[in-house]
Design a protein around this ligand. Structure first.
Ligand SMILES: [Zn+2]
Length: 378
């Protein structure tokens, strides 16, 4: 099938896209791990755009609770295998592409084999073991992956494991303890949120595959769709990332100067993300007069609505500049609205060499509930 297929005419006439980009998409092989809320829109639009080969990984059957957000599936599909239905639907959307399936989970054991024959991976999973398996296999194979995640009304997207960019472990070195991060089933998600984030992932995939635009490499886009707030935080390759460090050491054979200047992993404060503290514990330590600084990483308008006395406002997006003024050996408690942004800030600070950083779980919301009901919830 020619790239001049009429089906692509609207993108072929785009300045800066054209037949070369279409040929690159046609030759591309993309692995989509998870065909649920994120994987539905991502796979449908990548198929429609003409990505030549898609491999789908999933082990679930279609459940009625999927239908409000997983638009690959219709009501009569309930009970059928997701990958079987998805394959039919994607081949109907674009019969010129090929679609393969893998019925099962991605694991640390099989990830390398699944990832290897592809040019790019879409992380459309909803769990940490799968995400870390994808990250580690992609970094080792030198294959980029487009990360996406959603919770409630919020989402994040980034591109990891490119030749020069950071990996997911540069941001979060280790998975959080099981059960500490609520799932969509426990916490809920508005159907449009993964729809939008999955399309961001498809957009980033097209950009990486064709070389157009500036993909989100080294940048994490955070969207709050309820308030329509977006933030982009910079994610550098962390000098103490065991995975990236070994990769850069390998690729820097002969260029040992740059590798030698990196801090030794042993000397790095590889604090586990389990370095958490509850709102009640923070209150007790403040009451006891302990010397530590409480950093609130929310936006100024949120701080105006509700805050903890004597806390310091450093919005997440300003952390890279503001942190230069902070003492790396002092102790910090970081908080936000629900604990997601502060977990990210805490990990980032640890990656910068801060040795004593605690994340206040549940954020200011937990403070209102457990410590001071006079602090408004929002
Ligand atoms: Zn890394």
């Amino acid at each position: 099938m020619s790239v001049f297929d009429a089906r692509y005419s609207r993108q072929l006439v785009l300045k800066g896209f054209g037949p070369e980009s279409q040929e690159r998409l046609g030759a591309a092989r993309v692995l989509i791990v998870g065909v649920g809320g994120l994987g539905s829109p991502a796979s449908m639009y990548l198929a429609a755009a003409g990505v030549g080969h898609l491999t789908l990984v999933d082990q679930d059957v279609v459940d009625v609770t999927n239908l409000h957000r997983q638009l690959l599936y219709s009501t009569p599909d309930v009970g059928r295998s997701k990958i079987a239905v998805a394959r039919e639907r994607l081949e109907a959307i674009n019969p010129t592409i090929t679609v393969a399936t893998h019925d099962g989970k991605i694991t640390a054991e099989n990830a390398a084999g699944l990832v290897a024959p592809h040019d790019l991976v879409i992380d459309a999973t909803d769990n940490f073991p799968a995400r870390y398996a994808i990250n580690d296999a992609c970094v080792r194979a030198g294959i980029p992956f487009v990360y996406g995640s959603v919770a409630r009304f919020e989402g994040q997207v980034s591109v990891f494991a490119t030749a020069d960019g950071p990996c997911y472990r540069c941001l979060f070195p280790e998975p959080p303890p099981l059960g500490t991060v609520p799932t969509c089933a426990e916490e809920g998600v508005l159907g449009v949120v993964p729809g939008i984030l999955g399309l961001y992932q498809a957009t980033e995939a097209i950009k990486v595959l064709t070389g157009i635009g500036t993909p989100l490499i080294g940048r994490l886009l955070m969207l709050d769709l309820l308030e329509h707030q977006t933030q982009i935080i910079r994610v550098a390759r962390r000098a103490t990332c065991a995975l990236c460090h070994s990769r850069s050491a390998e690729s820097a054979a002969g260029a040992s100067a740059s590798a030698a200047s990196l801090p030794q992993p042993e000397s790095a404060p590889m604090s586990a993300p389990s370095a958490d503290i509850t709102a009640t514990e923070v209150a007790a330590r403040l009451a006891a007069g302990d010397a530590f600084m409480v950093i609130d990483v929310r936006e100024p308008w949120e701080f105006d609505v509700a805050s903890i006395a004597n806390s310091t406002l450093i919005p997440l997006s300003t952390m890279p500049t503001a942190s230069a003024r902070l003492d790396k050996d002092a102790e910090y408690v970081v908080l936000c609205h629900h604990g997601m942004r502060s977990a990210m800030a805490a990990n980032w600070l640890r990656g910068q060499g801060f040795t004593r950083v605690l994340n206040m779980v549940g954020g200011i919301d937990a403070w209102s509930l457990d410590v001071d009901p006079a602090v408004p919830q929002y």
